[in-house]
Design a protein. Structure first.
Length: 252
């Protein structure tokens, strides 16, 4: 849920989700369409399908227990290297480098003296973070949380609170005079008028209905017929929507 989504948006959805599905078995027992419905407007709804598939695999392969091994986690549907390491570190208190945008920025500034950590995690980033972790598991897990929180709350991209930072006395970026990032500024991804917006509007209609929705009801959600059809085709291709005899539903 937290991938590409702010904690403030995820927290209430997570509480509702866990109240309804406290274990993987509870989620796997419901059809995948219910996961999409409960996902509501979090965005990137394919994550809901992947969570449902992951829950099903955990029930089938691991007797309803989330595995504590990174390789076993990676074998589950929808689990990549970042999520596998995050689960192992945060849930099972193991020593693994957990690197996101915030952590890359902290390390880039504090260690390398540059303003930005780059657009994507590289093997060099993983090695750099691992070198900073304590050797023992529990302190390393705490450090992983601390790096992430430091980047999210203090060492932010646009307005870092250097006076409040516990690393300020040893920060290479501060010692260098806090030079700006090199290269063009990254453009924020728009939403209004995009296919993502249209997909969200179409899914909202389907989530609100317990019965199959005729195509005519979907036609009114967006005036551009070509874009609307393209968005609907994408939802069908992703398995988020099912079509039967001119009506549309969430997957059963």
């Amino acid at each position: 849920m937290l991938q590409q989504t702010q904690v403030s948006r995820v927290e209430p959805a997570w509480h509702r989700w866990m109240e309804r599905w406290p274990t993987p078995a509870h989620l796997a027992a419901d059809p995948p369409g219910e996961a999409i419905r409960a996902w509501d407007r979090l965005g990137y709804p394919r994550r809901a399908l992947r969570l449902h598939a992951c829950a099903t695999a955990i029930v089938e392969r691991h007797d309803n227990e989330v595995p504590d091994d990174v390789e076993l986690l990676l074998a589950l549907p929808g689990i990549g290297m970042y999520t596998a390491r995050a689960v192992a570190a945060f849930a099972f208190r193991q020593r693994h480098p957990v690197v996101d945008t915030n952590v890359r920025r902290v390390v880039a500034r504090a260690v390398e003296g540059v303003a930005d950590g780059g657009a994507a995690t590289t093997p060099a980033d993983l090695r750099a973070v691992e070198a900073l972790l304590p050797e023992d598991d529990e302190p390393a897990a705490r450090a992983s949380v601390a790096f992430m929180e430091l980047g999210a709350m203090i060492c932010t991209a646009r307005a870092p609170k250097c006076a409040d930072c516990p690393l300020v006395a040893r920060c290479a970026w501060v010692r260098a005079g806090s030079p700006p990032a090199e290269g063009p500024a990254r453009k924020s991804q728009g939403y209004a008028g995009t296919d993502r917006q249209v997909r969200g509007l179409l899914l909202a209609v389907l989530r609100a209905s317990d019965d199959p929705v005729p195509g005519a009801r979907l036609d009114v959600v967006w005036p551009d017929a070509v874009q609307r059809q393209r968005a609907l085709d994408g939802l069908l291709l992703d398995g988020l929507v099912r079509e039967r005899a001119g009506t549309f539903t969430l997957p059963g």
